[in-house]
Design a protein around this ligand. Structure first.
Ligand code: 6PG
Length: 233
């Protein structure tokens, strides 16, 4: 049974303020303990105000590495790129941003191991922060032919390439995503979602666990750590 703790807020601003504080605390704790921090954060729209609040915090950002939980396989100059969003959000603070793979060629160059860059990082991450789509995907673990690859990839694989089917209209391109094992290796996992529809969907996914039809349910069902879920209407 997934051990989920819900944190409810009245507005996106309240959620953004609280989650920025929580993520800042996780980073500071990692810096105190290991003199470095590695966080994996999602793309999408929900995180944007949180990033803005978080990067106002005074901390030794030069010792913080930020990676996307997933990306679209497009060049970093492309507006669909999560690496571009993270670079814009975190580089001004002095943090290091490491893209996973940014194109099919990049992915192939890495010997089809989409996680070549992640292999050089001190794993596990201090935080994996997840969003959820209205179809129940998380990171870029979507229903479709590649779902099982992303769920069952061995611990040594930190990311895999996937082709969602159907392609999500907001970004109809191939993707790369942290695997379930990579997500669950994190010291801390938190989820941010907005709206009642997503809340109902996530509550159902948590209740269904391993038998969930939703990728996020299949991912979180194996979690050994408690999951903090931050929600606002
Ligand atoms: C992506 C994101 C994706 C996102 C959800 C929720 O690359 O699209 O990583 O998994 O977290 O789609 O997006 P919103 O926060 O915009 O609803």
């Amino acid at each position: 049974m997934i051990e989920a703790e819900w944190w409810d807020y009245d507005s996106v601003d309240e959620l953004a303020d609280a989650v920025a504080g929580d993520v800042g605390f996780i980073i500071e704790s990692a810096l105190d303990a290991r003199d470095s921090a590695l966080i994996a954060v999602p793309g999408g729209s929900t995180p944007v105000p949180i990033f803005a609040n978080l990067t106002k915090a005074k901390m030794n950002w030069r010792k913080v590495t930020v990676v996307p939980t997933d990306d679209r396989l497009v060049p970093v100059e492309n507006d669909l790129s999560n690496a571009k969003l993270l670079a814009r959000s975190f580089l001004p603070s002095g943090a290091r941003v490491i893209p996973i793979a940014t194109s099919i060629d990049d992915y192939k160059l890495a010997g089809n191991s989409a996680d070549a860059r992640l292999q050089d990082l001190p794993w596990p991450p201090d935080l994996v922060w997840l969003g959820m789509g209205k179809d129940g995907h998380t990171a870029s673990i979507f229903a479709g032919p590649d779902l099982q690859d992303a769920l069952d990839a061995p611990k040594a694989r930190r990311a895999v390439g996937v082709m969602p089917d159907p392609l999500p209209p907001e970004a109809p391109v191939a993707r790369v995503t942290l695997t379930r094992a990579a997500i669950l290796s994190a010291r801390t996992i938190l989820v941010t979602i907005t709206g009642q529809d997503k809340r109902d969907l996530l509550e159902q996914a948590i209740a269904d666990g391993h038998s969930s039809k939703l990728p996020i349910g299949r991912v979180l069902a194996e979690a050994e750590q408690p999951i903090d879920i931050h929600w606002c209407p």
